[in-house]
Design a protein around this ligand. Structure first.
Ligand code: NAD
Length: 452
């Protein structure tokens, strides 16, 4: 088994770095160090833990450009996205730095005494990260887990370890004690699997494919280990005829082609109410043609390449099965490019309609009425996100309540914010990240009765 991994720039196909892969022994040693670091970290006074997290955020802030440049080179993310992502790490740390001083319990009325509850940290938390958003997904687990008093071990994706490694260095620079945050580049079936099987890891926060998520959940069952699963999606963007069609069409490419479609929230199915279908498609074609698909280091770039030659061939496999209605631009030359691609669905049984493509490909289908739209949107194993475009606020609320998905946006293409809960229905996952309650997912709630 190879002991190093060559990180490749997806826009140039050139090697960027050689990264050592942790084996089981290294992983076990890191978990044991995290376990040893836990009692002291748990007992850091709440105000001091808050101060350390704010200091960590400040150090990340000083390195936003450096982290963004690293992500442009490692993951092919556009400069605009990568700077947002590094800023998101800072913002999550700042937001959850309020946790240590606000990890409130309850006082519950009981006869014969009082009952109080505590939120106790779990111990070592393992965070497993996919390659599509290496920085935000690390932060969404790491920040609330650390804030609640846990120590953290992180496994970045094989393809994209560089920013996580750098963020762990910045944590030490900010004054977090040794062993509190450890990043372990390595294989999923070695390091990730060990987080699942090692008894000292008390929770696994997994983000990735539904296929691997099911294995993680099954593995965690063996030790009744907590897990949060953030998995795949096949989300619908529902456009009603009463919507501002121009605004809906202008926004729809960003709902699916952001990060070259390698987005769990990608609205990769567009449902358009029949009377607006032709007009919407015309507007969409113009919007897609106008996308700036450029080298990701170009500050104007709106879409970069796919992560790897393998991912490009997976995506191309879906495109080869269907008739393409129209595409946007893509550069010639090196890089794993696929243009933004629009397909008119012929049946809801097509693979392009049912499976997560994880590339810049969207399928469009007409619908008749509200009930039809909700039924089509829900006809999927997934339930992560979705959008509703309409001028009728009552309809927006009815449809938002009807669609079985965790994150919905009305007249907007995104619903992800670090201060609102994020997670999926059905096979899109289990549990919620982000928002004010996220720290509780990294604690055990304990009640203590005190007789008087
Ligand atoms: P993946 O499931 O292949 O890998 C995810 C992570 O799990 C990687 O770090 C990988 O090394 C690790 N892993 C692989 N096998 C493992 C095992 N047996 N035990 C433990 N860990 C293992 O997913 P990917 O291809 O890296 O990412 C794309 C997928 O992630 C898509 O399906 C996407 O929708 C999903 N995703 C979901 C969210 C969300 O929040 N719901 C966010 C981003 C990505």
């Amino acid at each position: 088994m190879s002991t190093t991994f060559t990180v490749v720039n997806p826009a140039t196909e050139q090697a960027v770095a050689e990264v050592a892969l942790a084996d089981v022994a290294t992983t076990d040693a890191a978990i044991e160090r995290a376990h040893e670091a836990f009692p002291a970290w748990r007992d850091v006074a709440p105000g001091e833990r808050a101060r350390l997290l704010r200091r960590f955020a400040a150090v990340v802030d000083e390195h936003v450009e450096e982290l963004a440049e690293l992500e442009v080179r490692n993951a092919g993310h556009t400069w605009g996205n990568a700077t947002w992502e590094a800023g998101n790490v800072r913002d999550c740390l700042n937001y959850y730095s309020a946790t240590p001083e606000r990890l409130f319990g309850k006082q519950i009325p009981v006869p014969g005494g009082i009952d109080v509850t505590f939120h106790e940290p779990l111990g070592v938390v393992g965070i497993i990260v996919p390659w599509n958003f290496p920085m935000p997904i690390l932060a969404w687990g790491m920040a609330p887990a650390l804030a609640s008093g846990n120590t953290v071990v992180v496994k970045p994706a094989e393809l994209t370890p560089l920013t996580a490694v750098r963020i762990a260095e910045l944590a030490l620079e900010a004054g977090l004690p040794e062993g509190v945050l450890t990043v372990l580049p390595g294989r999923g079936d070695v390091v990730g699997q060990r987080f699942v099987t090692h008894p000292l890891v008390r929770k696994v926060a997994f983000t990735g494919s539904t296929r691997v998520g099911k294995q993680v959940m099954a593995g965690c069952a063996d030790q009744v280990k907590r897990c949060t699963l953030e998995l795949g999606g096949k989300s619908a963007n529902i456009v009603f005829a009463d919507a501002d069609l121009r605004a809906a069409a202008a926004s729809s490419p960003y709902a699916v082609f952001d990060n070259a479609g390698q987005d769990c929230c990608a609205r990769s199915r567009i449902l358009v109410q029949r009377p607006a279908y032709d007009e919407f498609l015309g507007l969409l074609e113009g919007a897609v043609a106008g996308m700036k698909v450029l080298d990701p280091s170009d500050r104007d770039s709106e879409m970069g390449p796919l992560i790897s030659a393998h991912q490009r061939s997976v995506v191309q496999g879906y495109v080869d099965e269907v008739d393409v209605a129209f595409t946007g631009p893509a550069p010639d030359g090196p890089g794993y490019w696929v243009p933004p691609t629009v397909v008119l669905a012929e049946s809801t049984q097509q693979r392009i309609w049912r499976e997560e493509v994880f590339g810049p490909v969207v399928a469009v289908l007409p619908f008749d009425d509200e009930a039809d739209a909700v039924a089509l949107a829900n006809d999927t194993d997934y339930g992560l996100s979705g959008s509703i475009f309409t001028g009728d606020v009552g309809r927006a609320l009815r449809v938002a309540r009807g669609v079985q998905a965790g994150n919905l946006s009305v007249n907007s293409h995104s619903a992800v914010r670090y201060w609102t809960p994020f997670g999926g229905y059905k096979q899109s996952g289990l549990g919620r990240e982000l928002g004010p309650d996220a720290p509780h997912a990294f604690t055990e709630e304990k009640n203590v009765f005190i007789a008087h």
